[in-house]
Design a protein around this ligand. Structure first.
Ligand code: ATP
Ligand code: MG
Length: 436
């Protein structure tokens, strides 16, 4: 018989366990509210796409396409497929395929897992999650600013501080071409200090050399011609208006002339939100304008701008902060005897009708062990049903925590019919979750 190997999750791909669910829920709920507040509508695209979409859309000479993509041939029909490493190419593919912008611009958002074959480490996984927005069919810079407003509002709502905004402008194709010639000349003149990646990119993707983290190359990168000095009047005006709109909302930014972003498709606005609190994986969100991407993918010319944020990195910041998302239910129902089980299940349904979250003890268990489970469940109250309560159609309500000010451990007894109102009263009206 074949040896059974120990099975585990794929390296760099994490289970998200129930203990982490409240934080994910809290983050995702906040994001949904944010998207509603700005009128963005959700787009869900498949995880697999034809490989040429990313080769073309993300760019042949990017880290992602050169060395990070999960690409394979479908053994059943020979098709070349890839697991999506990011969301923008898919969103544009879908927008073109379904002609989403036929009657004007569309504001879209997405969330879900992305896949990149990188070396797993803190803040860097092979399956990770992004939330992204794409404003399709808008030339900006108003929507560029709007997208940055959205990020700023999200950090405010999540109480994430010390993230800095960096912005830059990559101009238009002609401005980039002029800069590129000078940049290559500069890099060639200092070829001796370029590392392997730098040499390889010198001609294929020289902008990326500016992005290098290699300490030995910092002087050359800093001394390189700056794209921002090559901008014509129109590109400059775009950038200036963006900066005005950011200032208007009091958003602090730093212009970083070396910010070029890893993907090929950007022009004009690029931005990143960076924190020093996550070691070298400090970029929690990156975005920019990609006016050429639709055409590159076979669509009509469509200006567009977007961002993607790394959910795992943001959650790590939240874990350090003092958010304390609610865990567990509101009420745990403890019951002894057949009649009590039946009454308990009925009472639980009555409470759920009011939006109160209820766990009914399941299976065997004496009173003591049930009360232990009630405590461990995180519930604020235990509803206790014994023979006596059942015979009188009453319940005992026990306060398990002191949050309500009634003191942990205190008890009150009341007719079953009074319980929903009493609980709504102590939770504060509507706190059961009906309003939203
Ligand atoms: P980095 O420079 O950290 O590799 P990137 O430029 O490759 O980031 P983007 O393609 O801009 O990243 O993706 C947007 C965001 O997604 C990043 O800012 C980051 O927060 C997150 N992200 C990217 N790759 C990973 C990964 N492998 N694991 C976890 N989060 C990631
Ligand atoms: Mg990367």
């Amino acid at each position: 018989m074949a040896k059974i190997e120990k099975l585990g999750a794929v390296k760099g791909m994490n289970d998200i366990l129930p203990k982490d669910a409240p934080l994910w829920d809290y983050f995702e709920d906040t994001v949904r509210g944010l998207m509603r507040a700005y009128g963005y509508r959700q787009l869900r695209t498949p995880i697999l796409e034809y490989t040429p979409l990313f080769k073309r859309g993300v760019g042949e000479h990017t880290d992602i396409v050169e060395k990070e993509m999960y690409s394979f041939t479908d053994a059943l029909n020979g098709e070349a497929l890839s697991m999506r490493p990011e969301g923008t190419a898919s969103a544009c593919r879908a927008a073109i395929e379904h002609n989403l912008t036929y009657d004007g611009g569309k504001r879209l958002w997405y969330t879900g897992p992305m896949f990149r074959h990188e070396r797993p480490q803190r803040g860097r996984y092979r399956q990770f999650h992004q939330v992204g927005c794409e404003a399709l069919g808008f030339a900006g810079p108003d929507v560029d600013a709007e997208l940055i407003y959205m990020c700023a509002r999200l950090w405010e709502e999540l109480d994430i501080r010390d993230v800095q905004l960096q912005i830059n402008s990559l101009g238009n194709a002609e401005e980039r071409a002029r800069h590129r010639a000078d940049l290559i000349a500069h890099l060639e003149a200092h070829a001796d200090v370029l590392d392997e990646d730098g040499k390889r990119r010198l001609h294929s993707n020289p902008l990326r050399v500016l992005d290098s983290k290699n300490p030995a190359m910092q002087d050359v990168a800093n001394a390189a011609p700056k794209l921002i000095d090559y901008l014509g009047a129109e590109s400059r005006a775009h950038f200036e208006q963006l900066k005005r709109l950011l200032k208007m909302r009091g958003i602090q930014y730093e212009v970083n002339p070396r910010l070029v972003r890893g993907l090929d498709y950007y022009n004009l606005t690029v931005f990143e939100w960076v924190t020093t609190r996550l070691g070298s994986q400090g970029t929690i969100c990156g975005g920019g304008r990609y006016d050429g991407l639709f055409e590159l993918l076979g669509g009509k010319p469509t200006p567009a701008c977007g961002f993607a944020m790394g959910v795992e990195r943001i959650l790590e910041l939240l874990r350090e902060g003092d958010v304390d998302p609610k865990e567990g239910v509101d009420v745990y129902v403890v019951h002894a005897g057949e009649g009590a089980l039946q009454l308990g299940m009925q009472v639980a349904e009555l409470l759920r009708d009011q939006g109160i979250e209820v766990l009914v003890h399941a299976g065997e268990g004496g009173f003591k062990s049930q009360m232990k489970k009630a405590d461990a469940s995180g519930a604020a109250f235990a509803v206790i049903l014994g023979e006596d309560e059942v015979s009188k159609n009453e319940v005992t309500l026990k306060h398990l925590r002191d949050e309500t000010g009634d003191g942990a451990g205190s008890q009150e007894r009341m007719p079953v019919s009074h319980l929903p109102l009493r609980l709504l009263e102590v939770f504060g009206f509507g706190n059961g979750g009906d309003e939203d």
